[in-house]
Design a protein around this ligand. Structure first.
Ligand code: SF4
Ligand code: MG
Length: 330
């Protein structure tokens, strides 16, 4: 089948200098994204999700495993070999403040990818920048402004315009709304959804907030300590999360619908996320899992779609018997 992005067995370990320690940021992650598909990659900070985004963009080199864009294996390409592929993959950063160069105008910032890849010149550039600004809801008068004159939401729209002006096949969005006021988050998310539908790009949407991807992502992958613990179609994950960690994330997310709020399982996690320097043996979640059994402390559960082929889960209780009932309802 046709894929836009295929990540296979990805591992990224960092060595902590002078300490002989290894941070296992990503530890054997496989995922794929089809044409026009949005995958929400969800996890707490330190779960390795941003590292995956960086490996996909080859901003960092994987320790093992492979990354394919379309039919190209990009895992070991040189900078020069990567350059033409940079047209097809773009990133929207978490922080619209530091990712826009304050010395340039909005027009120059949005035009930069066109110039770098030599795909437009002169009046063509001006026209495409004007069009792109309009698509992200900014007027042509914005062209002469500089980043410090803009609001957070406006800056993120400029970041989107810059990421999309080359009509990339894949957009990696790393927490694009988390730095914004709650009041403007929804409008930026709606804009991303509209642009995605109109332009048809595939998207790896990275977030710590599960509720952010409910209406944006076709599929979701939940990460914990460098590994995917559950993945599947968004509707199924929200309707019936199977991994205890996914259940906990969902029960922490705000739910405006009182009926759904009442039906939702309440799972409260205790304890801190363990360090990725020395992740727990067996199931990495066992130190915080409310239903852990002895096996969990020694045997690592595999991510397998025993119950349903399209939604693999890595949990002994899910793969061996019934879905664990770890809930309290009020
Ligand atoms: Fe909890 Fe065990 Fe399942 Fe891990 S394998 S999530 S510790 S029940
Ligand atoms: Mg991050």
């Amino acid at each position: 089948t046709e894929t836009v992005l295929e990540v296979d067995g990805l591992v990224k370990h960092y060595h902590v200098r002078g300490r002989g320690q290894v941070v296992r940021a990503v530890d054997g992650v496989s995922l794929s994204i089809g044409p026009g598909e949005v995958l929400g990659l969800v996890g707490e900070s330190g779960s390795g999700k941003s590292t995956i985004g960086k490996c996909v963009l080859r901003l960092t080199e994987p320790t093992a495993g492979s990354v394919r864009l379309g039919d190209r294996d990009i895992t070991h390409l040189s900078r020069r070999e990567l350059r033409p592929l940079r047209r097809d993959v773009h990133m929207v950063f978490q922080d619209p403040y530091s990712s826009l160069n304050p010395r340039f105008t909005v027009g120059q910032i949005v035009a930069e990818p066109l110039r770098r890849h030599g795909v437009a010149r002169g009046a063509q550039v001006t026209e495409r920048v004007r069009e792109m600004l309009e698509r992200v809801g900014l007027g042509a008068e914005m062209r002469t402004r500089r980043p410090h004159e803009l609001s957070g939401g406006q800056r993120q729209r400029v970041g989107l315009a810059r990421a999309l002006i080359l009509e990339p096949k894949l957009v990696v969005a790393d927490e694009p709304v988390s730095a914004l006021d709650v009041s403007v988050q929804a409008s930026v998310l709606n804009l991303v959804a509209d642009l995605q539908r109109d332009m048809g790009f595939s998207c790896l949407f990275i977030t710590h907030d599960l509720s952010v991807v409910e209406f944006l992502a076709d599929r979701i992958a939940v990460m914990y300590l460098g590994q995917i613990v559950e993945t599947g179609p968004t509707k199924k994950i929200f309707a019936e999360p199977q991994h205890p960690y996914t259940q906990a994330l969902l029960s922490a997310a705000p739910e405006p619908d009182p009926v759904r709020q009442r039906a939702r399982k309440r799972v409260v996690l205790t304890g801190e996320v363990p360090s990725p320097v020395d992740p727990p043996a067996g199931c990495r979640f066992h130190t915080r899992c409310p239903v852990a059994v002895d096996t969990c402390r020694t045997v690592e559960p595999a991510l397998t779609g025993v119950r349903e082929a399209d939604r693999p889960v890595a949990c002994h209780l899910v793969t061996s018997s019934e879905i664990p009932d770890i809930t309290e309802r009020d």
